[in-house]
Design a protein around this ligand. Structure first.
Ligand code: HEM
Ligand code: HEM
Length: 248
């Protein structure tokens, strides 16, 4: 396999081997946390250990990091491969520098969000991390490119791996930001908001599994690119291959 194809597999491979198993464990603990909390107070000792809430949050925090990481990887691959192809590092160094700084600033904002305690700083770093992902995702529009580098599937945004990915990443960032609110709020409104938002996130994660595997089917290996990209994607036809020499 060519090196470029190998790099293209890094994002889906990490999503499948690291992120999705983590989602399963986080949801298992989420369900147990809820079951334990809603258990009638008179009932005899619960079989669910009291640590499930803590385990859910600990792994949830890691999940946020993993999802932001895998999202940035998904965006980094087309960005870097297109930058190399278009010689952006030498021809438009300012554009390359801007992109490198955006990736670095987004990661730094997430690190600060993990450490922030006051509500103000948590809001600031939530906005900055989410903005970073959005700016990198919409770099084509911001930089006025004719040929898009990021495949957003705007013509079919309802089933776009890009839009699902951006929304679910922002939902994970918000979950990390509101941990304190969930614990401090006696009316359970933040808890309810968390459950609603993350039920949507769960559906989007399933969508990511489906749209990601579809995209893997659609993207050709690099040696197949010249042939596949000469196909007409609207009419769904490809040029007839030339017959081998000696055949009519
Ligand atoms: C797909 C992902 C997730 C789902 C479906 C989910 C769902 C849930 C559910 C159902 C509960 C129990 C609510 C109850 O007591 O009624 C819960 C609690 C909680 N979740 Fe999540 N969650 C997810 C991810 C996260 C993440 C990423 C974080 C933080 C980084 C997080 C932080 C919390 C906190 C702080 C609680 C309260 C735990 C406690 O009571 O001890 N969750 N979540
Ligand atoms: C948490 C889960 C995931 C998130 C947040 C995520 C996010 C992203 C993002 C933002 C992109 C760049 C936009 C695009 O090209 O569509 C991308 C690309 C991609 N993702 Fe995912 N993804 C996830 C899971 C998966 C899975 C499970 C697969 C496949 C099994 C997958 C396969 C791909 C492929 C093939 C690309 C295209 C890369 C390219 O442009 O060459 N993703 N992903």
């Amino acid at each position: 396999m060519e090196t470029k194809d190998l790099f293209a597999l890094v994002h889906p491979a990490i999503a499948v081997t690291v992120v999705f198993p983590l989602i399963g464990i986080v949801i298992h603990f989420a369900w147990q946390t809820r079951q334990r909390r809603l258990q009638p107070s008179g009932e005899s000792k619960s079989k669910i250990p009291p640590t499930v809430g803590r385990d859910h949050v600990q792994l949830g925090k890691r999940l946020t990091g993993a999802v932001v990481g895998v999202c940035l990887l998904g965006l980094a691959f087309p960005t870097v491969s297109q930058a190399l192809q278009n010689q952006t590092f030498t021809k438009q160094p300012w554009e390359a520098l801007f992109l490198v700084l955006m990736f670095a600033a987004t990661i730094a904002s997430l690190v600060f969000l993990y450490q922030a305690h006051s509500r103000l700083w948590r809001v600031v770093f939530t906005v900055l991390t989410s903005l970073g992902v959005l700016v990198i995702g919409f770099q084509d529009s911001l930089l006025g490119r004719q040929q898009p580098w990021i495949y957003r599937r705007d013509f079919e945004w309802q089933v776009s791996h890009f839009y699902y990915g951006i929304v679910v990443t922002v939902l994970m960032i918000i979950s990390l930001a509101i941990v304190q609110e969930i614990y401090q709020d006696r009316s359970n409104r933040w808890r309810l908001a968390h459950i609603c938002l993350n039920s949507i996130a769960l559906l989007l994660f399933i969508g990511q599994g489906m749209t990601g595997t579809r995209d893997l089917l659609e993207i050709p290996l690099s040696w197949q690119e010249p042939y596949v990209y000469s196909c007409d994607f609207v009419k769904k036809t490809c040029p007839t291959p030339t017959p081998p020499p000696g055949q009519p």
